[in-house]
Design a protein around this ligand. Structure first.
Ligand code: ATP
Ligand code: MG
Length: 559
């Protein structure tokens, strides 16, 4: 099995080591823990594929855990979108969990900690607390409230919980060490007062736990064995362990946090906050705008779950943060769509071609294979007639010998049809070509087996019959940012690098077999690229998104 031969990544090595020493195989459990404050993006896909991939590999459960501890930013809409996206990628969670389901348990533990002298209510302002934090080289200063009596702490904490104190009046802090070399250990805040409705617990709570207090405890409650997060949480690990240690009994099974590198993608931003900003400012239509690096945007753009999974697997997990060229993501789309997308013909920049020796009023239905890569994809019939559209760039009045498309006096093949020869052009008053006249060889029909049909000609062009053509709105996309790392500049905001030409809408002419195409169906327009039916399509008008060209048009991919 190819799978078994693959060398283990460092996360798998950690697990293998634990299986030999501390963990039983049946104790393995993972989780994917998004905060429902936006839609998932391609960076999350890495984390999803990592956690659910480990679940598959070790036959272990993986929970979907919503880290919903901040009602200021979280919404049910995001919960629903996250579930849709994970399912669409093809993963199934063992349990759907919410940090908010643990609010009571967390509160009870916090009360215990107060009783044990491990937490206290601080009544200073956040500015005062920040001032006392010290610096990495200088210890912090202890709060004047640090030694409040247990009774006073319990009384104040209960008032905080009931909403009987002002929002900014007090916080609950863990009593650890204001001189710790790890700044996060200098009496971190566990709870703040927020009199805001939560999307699930509504008005039940007036205090909300901070990330560090809620995350490890949630892992502990769910008996997660390995809690993987991105590298910026490395310094949080000490605090994670300190909190878990406070709530667990000696010898009890506890989770362990390990870190991997965040994945960044070029020419875009992967941060929910920044993506939300693009939506709010109207730079894009919505979270699922096909230019967005969100899972829902990529889906609408025409990406398959397999293409995204192949992308995540091919970049793997690492210990160092790096930037992946978006060309690699596009390569993964192309590779998968090449196998699965049926071929059709569509002309996006049309010029009229008249076959002067083809009878007016005559039409033929020609045989065409749906996918040369996949015999089971079958075939279809496409209409042919005297007047066709071809791409404007496929014709030149006079051209050198390297131009293998249509020119006057030379032959090319029309795909699935006949060999034609350029004869003449018709121009308007400004000299623009309005019609190309050609003749066809009636004996050269593709697949007819005649000597004429087997004649070698240099070029093959795609085309559509004008009277049968289906008019469609075609949306062509370019990178949302022209800068490789839009959020990598200290002195400039990422919004300054927006590509003003990331969307171009044109009318295309497609073969009529696309008439009944349904939303999200994907096609290869031969010689052009991959296209996907957009959700804005209707019976009256087909709308299609360009997923990616047949070749890398930016040609920046390093070999
Ligand atoms: P954002 O800044 O976009 O909100 P986040 O890390 O705050 O990202 P969460 O919802 O907390 O988002 O993330 C859920 C999981 O996905 C976390 O384990 C997080 O580490 C991981 N994750 C988020 N972004 C990336 C990324 N770019 N690459 C790899 N993993 C990521
Ligand atoms: Mg976040």
């Amino acid at each position: 099995m190819a799978e078994a031969k693959k060398s283990l990544n460092f996360i798998e090595q950690i697990i293998e080591e634990d299986l030999k020493t501390t963990h039983k195989r049946e104790e393995l459990k993972f989780r994917f823990p998004p905060e429902p404050n936006g839609y998932l993006h391609i960076g999350h896909a890495s984390s999803i594929c990592l956690n659910f991939g480990l679940g598959e590999k070790y036959n272990a459960p993986v929970n979907l855990r919503f880290d919903d501890t901040n009602p200021m930013k979280e919404e049910q809409e995001y919960v629903d979108a996250i579930k849709t996206d994970v399912l669409w990628l093809g993963f199934k969670w063992a349990k759907e969990c919410y940090a908010s389901d643990y609010f009571q348990q967390l509160y009870d533990w916090a009360v215990e900690m107060i009783k044990n002298g491990d937490a206290y209510v601080d009544s200073q302002t956040s500015d005062e607390i920040a001032e006392q934090k010290g610096t990495p080289t200088q210890p912090g200063t202890e709060s004047p409230y640090r030694n409040r009596s247990v009774e006073e702490n319990l009384d104040l904490f209960e008032k905080m919980k009931n909403g009987d104190t002002p929002e900014k009046g007090h916080v609950l802090r863990a009593k650890i060490d204001m001189a710790s070399s790890n700044m996060l250990m200098r009496d971190p805040v566990m709870y703040r007062c927020l009199h805001k409705e939560h999307h699930r617990t509504k008005g039940d709570w007036k205090i909300y736990p901070m990330y560090d207090w809620a995350h490890g405890e949630s892992d502990f409650i769910e008996r997660v064995s390995h809690s993987f997060c991105t590298l910026e949480f490395l310094p949080h690990r000490e605090l994670y362990n300190w909190f878990v240690n406070k709530v667990s009994k000696p010898g009890e099974f506890t989770p362990k946090q390990r870190e991997f590198a965040r994945r960044n993608l070029s020419h875009t931003v992967v941060s929910k906050r920044k993506l939300a900003h693009l939506v709010e400012k109207g730079v894009v239509e919505s979270w699922d705008d096909p230019r967005m690096p969100t899972i829902s945007g990529l889906r609408r753009r025409g990406y398959t779950p397999q293409a995204i999974k192949n992308f995540a697997d091919s970049i793997g997990v690492g210990k160092r943060e790096n930037m992946i060229d978006v060309a690699h993501l596009e390569f993964c789309a192309r590779e998968d769509l090449n196998k699965t997308a049926p071929r059709v013909m569509g002309v996006l920049d049309p010029v009229k071609l008249v076959i002067t020796n083809y009878d007016e009023g005559k039409e033929e239905w020609l045989h065409a294979e749906n996918n040369p890569e996949d015999e089971s994809a079958g075939s279809r019939e496409i209409p042919f007639s005297r007047e066709l559209y071809i791409e404007r760039e496929d014709f030149k009045e006079s051209a050198n010998r390297k131009f293998f498309r249509l020119t006057l006096g030379k032959e090319v093949r029309l795909k699935n049809a006949y060999i034609i020869k350029g004869e003449d052009v018709v121009k308007d008053a400004e000299g623009n070509i309005t019609e190309i006249h050609c003749t066809y060889d009636p004996k050269s029909k593709s697949g007819s087996g005649t000597e004429e049909s087997l004649r070698k000609v240099k070029g093959t062009l795609h085309w559509v019959s004008i009277k049968h053509a289906l008019e469609a709105e075609i949306r062509l996309y370019d990178r949302l940012f022209y800068e490789e790392a839009p959020d990598g500049h200290k002195d400039k905001d990422f919004m300054e690098f927006i590509n003003p030409e990331s969307l171009k809408v044109i009318t295309g002419y497609l073969e009529p077999s696309l008439k009944d195409a349904t939303v999200l169906e994907k096609y290869q327009f031969q010689r052009i690229g991959y296209f996907c039916v957009d959700k804005r399509s209707s019976e009256e008008k087909l709308v299609m998104n360009k997923t990616v060209g047949l070749r890398d048009s930016w040609a920046k991919k390093k070999k």
